[in-house]
Design a protein around this ligand. Structure first.
Ligand SMILES: CC(C)(COP(=O)(O)OP(=O)(O)OC[C@H]1O[C@@H](n2cnc3c(N)ncnc32)[C@H](O)[C@@H]1OP(=O)(O)O)[C@@H](O)C(=O)NCCC(=O)NCCS
Length: 226
């Protein structure tokens, strides 16, 4: 499966792909974009703003998995992922990008568009102690037309290889219905839920959001199981 590093020119295609893949997701659909049926063309703006923000932090890595386009001429992005190398000694973030040129996202709920940014302080403790140094899967999306063909696996394999080389754990927060996929990829240690505790702004709004850790690639995990 051809996987390559994404470029800034890919951002619009990547955001449109994510908008399609997450259109009816409980969080990115119902909670964040309640007006998406009225303004279906707007939801990609959510992803484009976050992609630009992510690009401004050098600890983020963006990859795409590609397929031949339908007419056989050139490539098409079938899936993409954002991985974050979390570290106590992380390289300094650059200034946030200007997203003021983007039109307002009419599909989004004004109160909930930034719910993930507000929820972060309730889950930050997951990445501490022996898990402060790790690779986190921030986003992963395969376009509906290309699902079930190994693109998601190919992208996750990149981050697993990095985590193995560096001997650090890897984490993900699974969307509703996606636990089985991540379990297959070796993310089998469940810890918290992204909507806990009761004061978390996501509390009561979603059923998915399980934290999963992959540690079987760590030499210490291997020797512990012997
Ligand atoms: C989850 C997602 C990324 C999987 O991508 P994909 O490209 O379809 O997955 P792959 O084809 O690489 O699947 C790899 C394996 O996982 C299995 N799998 C895929 N989705 C699964 C699911 N929801 N539950 C259980 N197993 C699943 C496949 O059957 C395959 O198994 P196999 O290797 O034994 O044949 C994709 O369904 C998606 O983008 N969904 C919408 C957005 C989303 O929820 N992203 C995840 C956010 S946490």
């Amino acid at each position: 499966m051809p996987v390559r590093q994404a470029t800034e020119d890919d951002q619009t295609q990547m955001s449109k792909l994510a908008a399609e893949a997450f259109f009816d997701d409980e969080l990115f659909g119902d909670v964040i974009h309640p007006h998406r049926k009225e303004y279906p063309e707007d939801t990609y703006l959510y992803w484009l703003a976050r992609l630009r923000q992510g690009w401004s932090d050098p600890n983020n890595y963006f990859f795409v998995s590609t397929a031949q386009s339908a007419n056989g001429e050139g490539e098409q992005i079938a899936a993409w992922a954002q991985f974050l190398r979390k570290s106590k000694s992380a390289k300094k973030e650059t200034a946030p990008p200007d997203v003021s040129d983007l039109p307002p996202n009419r599909a989004a709920s004004k109160e909930r568009e930034d719910i993930l940014e507000r929820q972060y302080e309730y889950i930050a403790h997951e990445w501490s102690g022996s898990r402060a140094e790790c690779w986190d899967i921030i986003w992963l999306a395969t376009s509906p037309a290309h699902q079930g063909r190994g693109h998601g696996r190919a992208l996750v394999e990149w981050v697993v290889e990095k985590a193995t080389q560096e001997q650090v754990p890897s984490s993900v927060i699974s969307a509703k219905g996606k636990d089985g996929f991540y379990n297959k990829m070796g993310y089998t240690i469940p810890t918290g839920k992204a909507w806990e505790p009761e004061t978390n702004p996501l509390y009561g709004l979603v059923e998915g959001g399980q934290f999963w850790w992959r540690e079987s690639h760590l030499k210490s995990a291997e020797s512990a199981s012997k």
